[in-house]
Design a protein around this ligand. Structure first.
Ligand code: MTE
Ligand code: MO
Length: 398
């Protein structure tokens, strides 16, 4: 990979990044109250993105991108960091991935050594736990994402298992903790680190990716290497990964023990306002589906059929079927597009019967290959995680 030998440098990034005056910017409407956000094109290696925050950058993919691509282009792929102190350049020659803790031989691997391992490629959706948080009712605190804190890519890299085997995981190990080059703003604050069970880390699918969609990772998406945990929410997909620690006890760090926890109740949902509930770390994703060629509030011609186009995902399993319906009518099957593997977006299309005049609701529903099906049950938890409810839009036919 020639691109990995470059010394990537972004220059100053942050407060000054979205420099265009507000009047010169486009505005995205995210579909919930107070959902207007500026669109900026001046983040490094990024095209037009919805700016949720500049420091640390939280950039959302504009919705029209999902209508144009099953694989989200790198320069339109959403960005999420917790801490403002993020890597802006990486000296790829000096870079080392350190593997320590309960291993036979602690290692510090150069990128060259890493790239000698067998290559794997997998198509997988990267989705933030809080994707679609802005649609939670009642609203909850946190980044008010629309549906664009997700993206699909072909990830190329090496198996985490093979990297762990180079160091030799000792018997008695239970978890593998991963962290990257970003740092908390104040001493004593917990580094952003996430852990997987040893079995999960060694399942042969969890990978360390050095490329997405055939190109080096954008700096903001974790250059030079990041973890990819197919089927799991991307809080675990550690970017700019430079440290792996094998643990002999469950990880009790803040980001595992306190943050990113969801109710154990069905759909990760509790009655709005509930604070005390049994919780568990968020993990596998759930089925979701979206219409991408029509916006909420769109107008269309009455008396004639029209085509629906969209994307679906099964979560941690594949997409078995997608159905749509008009108002409370029967569910009708959509036609599925190319299958790029169970972890990828799956495109779908449908031709509706002629629409009667007036306002109608269009709903879309994914059934995953394990039989799990989206429902209209509302999802609410105080952190705004794991929305999986059936999404609807209204159109005006005339
Ligand atoms: N090093 C590091 N990795 C990280 C994070 C972070 O703050 N630091 N955030 C995680 C979260 S919560 C998300 S949603 C994804 C976002 O990945 P992306 O920015 O490539 O879209 O990165 C994950 N990996
Ligand atoms: Mo996230």
């Amino acid at each position: 990979m020639a691109e990995l030998s470059r010394r990537a440098a972004l220059g100053a990034l942050g407060v000054g990044a979205a420099t265009a005056p507000l009047w010169a910017q486009q505005i995205a409407q995210l579909g919930f109250d107070n959902g207007a956000r500026p669109i900026a094109s001046d983040f490094p290696e990024k095209g037009a993105m919805i700016v949720q925050r500049t420091r640390a950058p939280l950039l959302e993919t504009p919705w029209d991108v999902f209508g144009q691509h099953v694989f989200t282009p790198n320069d339109r792929f959403y960005v999420r960091w917790h801490y403002p102190d993020i890597p802006l350049s990486v000296d790829t020659a000096a870079f080392r991935l350190r593997i320590g803790g309960a291993v036979a031989t602690p290692r510090a691997l150069s990128l060259g050594e890493l790239l000698k391992l067998p290559r794997v490629e997998i198509a997988a959706v990267n989705q933030c736990s809080g994707n679609s948080r802005g649609f939670f009712t009642p609203r909850v605190a946190g980044a008010q994402w629309g549906h664009g804190a997700m993206g699909n890519a072909r990830w190329t890299g090496v198996r985490l298992k093979d990297v762990l085997d180079l160091a030799g995981v000792k018997p008695g190990a239970v978890a593998v903790r991963l962290s990257g080059l970003d740092r908390p703003p104040i001493d004593g604050a917990p580094w952003f680190a996430k852990s997987l069970s040893v079995d999960h880390a060694r399942d042969g699918e969890v990978m360390i990716a050095f490329a997405m969609n055939g190109a080096a990772l954008p700096m903001l998406n974790g250059f030079p290497i990041r973890l990819v945990v197919p089927g799991w929410f991307s809080t675990y997909w550690i970017k700019a990964l430079d440290r792996i620690d094998v643990l002999t006890a469950p990880d009790d760090n803040f980001w595992m023990a306190k943050a990113y926890k969801i109710p154990t109740a069905p759909h990760a949902s509790v009655a709005p306002g509930t604070k005390d509930f049994d919780s568990t770390p968020i993990g596998a994703m759930v089925p979701r589906s979206f219409i991408t060629n029509l916006r909420d509030g769109a107008t269309c011609k009455a008396g004639q059929p029209f085509s629906l186009v969209g994307l679906a995902m099964g979560g941690a399993v594949g997409v078995a079927r997608v159905d749509y319906r008009i108002d409370d009518g029967p569910w009708s099957p959509a036609t599925l597009g190319i299958d790029y593997g169970r972890y990828s977006f799956r495109s779908w299309t449908a031709i509706t019967p002629p629409l009667s005049p007036g306002r109608q609701t269009l709903s879309v529903r994914c059934t995953a290959s394990d039989g799990r099906v989206q429902t209209s049950d509302p999802v609410w938890n105080p952190s705004g995680y794991q929305r999986g409810t059936i999404e609807t839009i209204t159109v005006q036919a005339s």
